[in-house]
Design a protein around this ligand. Sequence first.
Ligand code: HEC
Length: 135
Amino acid sequence: MKPIHLFFSLCFLFLIYTLSIYLTPLTVAKMSTIDSEKAVSGRIVWQKYNCQSCHQLYGLGGYLGPDLTNVVSNPKKGERMIKQILKYGVKQMPCYNMPNDDYKCLIEFLKSVDASGLADPRKYTISKTGMINQK
Ligand code: HEC
């Protein structure tokens, strides 16, 4: 094959490849089930009841209770359990007689937090000497 033929074949392949990239529709994660307005108010509810003093989001916050970043999508927990815990309290956690609106907004807020990532995406092991080895 002559160099000029090779050049034009590569140009042609480049154009085909570029076209295929631009024509492929973007796949964006759907957040349609989250009511973003309620999620914004839910953040205020989260602050009003000071959940952060005992709970973490993305690993940051108080350490009396567990991290709640992914509590909504956890198959063993989820919305129903959260409702019961808020209503009746558990161990050191007080019960909250919050209005239904506050509850709904709080759930939307927790859903939006959950959709935004993982509490701790790192995978690590702790060695005998107590050092943390990140994988
Ligand atoms: C005084 C500290 C404290 C505050 C404030 C608090 N919690 Fe808790 N919460 C806890 C503790 C401790 C637990 C764990 C109880 C257990 O061991 O079962 C817990 C558990 C939970 C759980 C279950 C989590 C799991 O993975 O089992 C949810 C959901 C939860 N809290 C939500 C909230 C929300 C929402 C707020 C704010 C309205 C809040 N908590 C405020 C202390 C607190």
